[in-house]
Ligand binder design. Structure first.
Ligand code: ANZ
Ligand code: ZN
Length: 821
């Protein structure tokens, strides 16, 4: 018998599939339902694919193949997220050209993906670093610009000293750069932003429309957007001619408990307030200090709150009393109004601050059934209760007072209800070469001028030097000097490039019309396929990429380019791949190379192991013996089918009349049902594989003299069910079984409810507690019938000879115990 040699059959079928464009997206078959299966595209690093990629793609490919066999029109595209820092760093360190470096990595990754037997429509491949793609990223930038959603602003931004570029807030994690882990600094720079805050409410509300997203991911997005309802309260400053200073508070019910105000050190009023005051110089150096600190190092839970009294006073809007104005590290300029009212009796942070600096702590809320506390408070009371010492609001429940005080302020013209968000606008400027150039020109006459869309793409120049000192684009003469599109005079190009997250915010739309040379995509194509029905990828993108893509989709929806308001109907975060309990990483030296595994065992073994070894959302611990086990299983399948090729080619009639045949037939249908539900509805790929393994065992144990038709049907079904998991071996076997068309083009097996009903069951027969016999009884028989049946058997009669039956205990479906003396 021929041996199973994956090294021969896998490349053979990969070639057949690719040359025959087997997985080309079907178009124009409008009647079949569509399915858009997508895995997050890889960054083409020099290292090629790692096991996490293989896991991600194996899952996506399983579902894509499964849906095709189930009659869906499937789009299953792939590409490369190809701009980004590593290419440029390779250029700085090793003098290689970032474009060449990236393109050759892309080619390599594509080959590796082919070797996994993934069913992509390669005709829709996109690389975000190619001018064919990035001209449309630029066009979409212009669309945002026209819609007032792209703007340039000077402000304190996050600066990574290691990457030599600014970062968006989403890319700063616990005060560190998401990419290189350096401590992020603040710098005052003029930068480009996308006005994602305009979409804050929709980004929040539409999460409700995503029942197939994990709750924890939705919660992360909710927290990131951070919507807070509250009020703006306007105090006045007598010494500045009653100029107003507004604070944002979520607790207007505590307004009568204010004992001081705190301004962010960067607040525009501070400079005027401190002039000529005792603390003037101290405050200036305090401000200079704080300016460069990140949000984390100012507001972290373990960070000491520090402040200084400006010496100025503010007048309370309702009582007219004067309270001191302080500056402190913990108040941020870019949240709310950059100023807060200090209510130490009812806010923990304010309590600590007041204690530290000896400020008064007036109580304005008491717990429902308690007296107003006398003497010094031990801690802030942050709970609900009854409002006290608050003029007209005394005696009110504080929840009601929140609204009542805000309304009262509004009537008096001293405040209003407002909403604040934690979400900031998306800073997209990067001072790096290897990114999509921002299509803007600066002209002394005309100011900021967008490059007309006919002149796109603004191409990255080649006359650049990578010396690690600043942005190479800024020093490229050919790039910087240009003419103004509007007056034709001399002008300069914007030299910032876009954050690579811009590229990946719309690639899934490009796939729907990937070869369009006139537009990013047409609404017709986008609407044919959007939204993505299943998106699989790492949860590290829970906020970044997934939030940005949702924003882009909404903007493009508003521009009439796509009907969908959400890009991803179902987001599935896959679990990590571990080795001996820890994440595979170069530094730990525990990386298992996918290509080595494929060389040795074949892609089918790798795929089967990955899909079988753990539930898809859970962690997968790599195990060499598990891989061996999967390889052995495929070998057994191979041998079984080879041994039965004559039978399988003959395809005899199915006659499941006798018990063994009935049983195998029932298990066959049960397995179809289980695999269909596990893959299609429940996302339990591992249990689907176990079910197929059980079917295999039953086929293996099937008696030689039982119905051949039933056996052939069971084997054929097993091959079909395995096809989306292990596409090569099943294709080869299917062909050897005498079929002319691909196994992957077959309709998915259907189960028959009738066949699922069990007609007979085997039960154990015990005599005085010892198993002596196995009897076959009708599955539907009641206790009495089972007893009669068993006692009538010749074998049982023999065993009971000379004894008197005292008692018969029947456990339906399991056993009969006969007590006899
Ligand atoms: C008075 C007050 C009394 C407050 C009280 C809370 C409890 P969230 O929920 O995150 O929106 N705050 C406002 N702007 C701030 C800024 N720029 N920097 C630091 N803190 C700021 O928090 C809103 C609360 O955080 C606001 O309500 C304000 O303190 C503070 F018993 O005002 B509160
Ligand atoms: Zn001009």
């Amino acid at each position: 018998m021929e041996k199973y040699v994956p090294q021969e059959i896998e490349p053979k079928w990969q070639k057949v599939w690719e040359e025959g464009k087997a997985y080309k997206t079907p178009e124009g078959e409008e009647k079949a339902p569509k399915f858009y299966a997508l895995e997050m595209f890889p960054y083409p690093s020099g290292e090629g694919l790692h096991m996490g990629h293989v896991r991600n793609y194996s899952m996506g490919d399983l579902v894509a193949r499964f849906k095709r066999m189930n009659g869906y029109r499937v789009i299953h595209p792939m590409g490369a997220d190809a701009f980004g820092m590593p290419a440029e760093n390779a250029a700085i360190q090793r003098g290689v050209n970032p474009r060449k470096w990236t393109l050759s990595n892309m080619e390599n990754i594509r080959k590796e993906q082919s070797r996994l037997g993934l069913s992509y429509d390669w005709d829709r491949y996109v690389g975000t670093c190619t001018p064919e793609y990035y001209r449309f990223t630029q066009q979409l930038f212009l669309l945002l610009y026209e819609r007032g959603l792209a703007y340039r602003k000077k402000g304190a931004v996050n600066w990574c000293p290691e990457c030599h570029t600014v970062l968006a807030n989403e890319q700063v994690e616990d005060g560190r750069c998401w990419r290189c882990d350096s401590v992020v600094e603040k710098k005052d720079l003029e930068q480009w932003f996308f006005r994602i805050t305009d979409y804050a409410d929709r980004l929040l509300e539409d999460l409700e429309k995503l029942p197939q997203w994990p709750d924890r991911v939705k919660t992360m997005q909710k927290n990131w957007i951070g919507r807070s309802e509250g009020a703006e309260v306007r105090f006045t400053i007598p010494e500045l001619d009653e100029e107003e200073v507004a604070v944002f508070t979520t607790r207007p019910d505590t307004l009568y408990g204010v004992s001081y105000l705190v301004l962010a050190p960067e607040h525009p009023l501070v400079e005027r307030l401190i002039q000529g005051k005792a603390n003037e110089e101290k405050i200036r150096s305090f401000i200079a200090d704080i300016r460069n600190q990140s949000e984390q190092s100012r507001t972290g839970a373990d960070v000491e709150k520090v402040g200084l009294d400006t010496g100025a006073k503010a007048k309370h809007p309702l009582t007219g009393e004067e309270v001191p104005i302080w500056v402190a590290n913990y108040v941020l300029m870019d949240y709310g109004t950059g100023a807060v009212m200090g209510v130490p009796a009812h806010d923990e942070r304010d309590f600590l601050f007041a204690k530290k600096y000896g400020l008064p702590i007036p109580v304005v809320i008491r717990p429902e059934d308690e007296e107003i506390p006398q003497g010094e408070l031990e801690e802030a009371y942050t709970g609900d209760g009854v409002v006290v010492h608050s003029g007209p609001f005394d005696g009110m429940n504080n929840r009601e007072a929140i609204s009542a005080v805000a309304d009262y302020l509004e009537k008096k013209g001293r405040g209003k209800k407002t909403v604040s968000y934690r979400l900031r606008d998306w800073l997209i400027s990067r001072q790096r070469y290897w990114g999509c150039p921002i299509p803007i020109v600066y002209c002394d006459h005309c100011g900021t001028v967008p490059v007309p869309s006919e002149e796109l793409p603004v191409v990255l120049p080649e006359d650049v030097v990578f010396d690690g000192k600043g942005n190479p684009l800024a020093k490229s003469e050919s790039f910087v000097h240009t003419t103004c599109p509007s007056c034709g005079g001399e002008a300069r190009r914007e030299t910032d490039t876009m954050d690579t997250f811009v590229d990946s915010s719309w690639y899934f739309l490009r796939y729907t019309d990937a070869r369009n040379t006139k537009q990013p995509f047409t609404p017709e194509k986008a609407n044919e396929w959007m939204p993505v029905d299943l998106y699989i990828g790492g949860v590290e993108h829970a906020v970044l990429h997934l939030l940005y893509s949702r924003f882009f989709t909404k903007v493009l929806h508003d521009a009439g380019m796509v009907d969908a308001i959400e890009p991803f109907q179902h987001y599935f975060p896959l679990g990590m791949v571990l080795k001996e309990g820890s994440k595979m990483s170069k530094s730990k030296g525990n990386v298992v190379s996918p290509m080595e595994i494929i060389n040795h065992y074949g892609a089918d073994t790798a795929r089967l192991f990955i899909l079988f070894a753990a539930p898809p959302e859970g962690e997968l611990d790599w195990s060499d013996s598990g891989v061996e086990g999967s390889y052995r299983f495929l070998n057994r399948i191979w041998r079984l089918v080879q041994q039965n090729l004559d039978l399988l080619r003959e395809r005899p009639q199915l006659r499941p009349e006798e018990r063994e045949a009935q049983e195998l037939n029932r298990l066959t249908h049960q397995t179809i049902k289980k695999v269909t539900q596990d893959v299609g509805d429940r996302f339990q790929f591992n249990t689907a594989v176990s079910a197929i393994m059980e079917l295999f065992n039953a086929i293996h144990a099937y008696p030689d003299d039982a119905d051949r038709g039933t056996l052939a049907h069971a084997m054929e079904t097993m091959v079909l069910l395995l096809a989306p998991f292990v596409p090569h071996i099943t294709e080869e076997l299917w062909q050897r079984m005498g079929h002319e068309t691909s196994v992957h083009a077959q309709p998915w097996p259907q189960y028959d409810e009738q066949a699922l009903v069990q007609k007979e069951v085997q039960i154990a027969v015990q005599i005085n507690g010892k198993v002596r016999h196995k009897a076959i009884v009708p599955a539907q028989a009641d206790r009495k019938e089972v007893e009669t049946c068993v006692l009538a058997e010749e074998k049982v009669k023999g065993l009971l000879e000379g004894k008197t039956v005292r008692k018969v205990i029947v456990v339906p479906g399991k056993l009969v115990n006969i007590v006899a003396k």
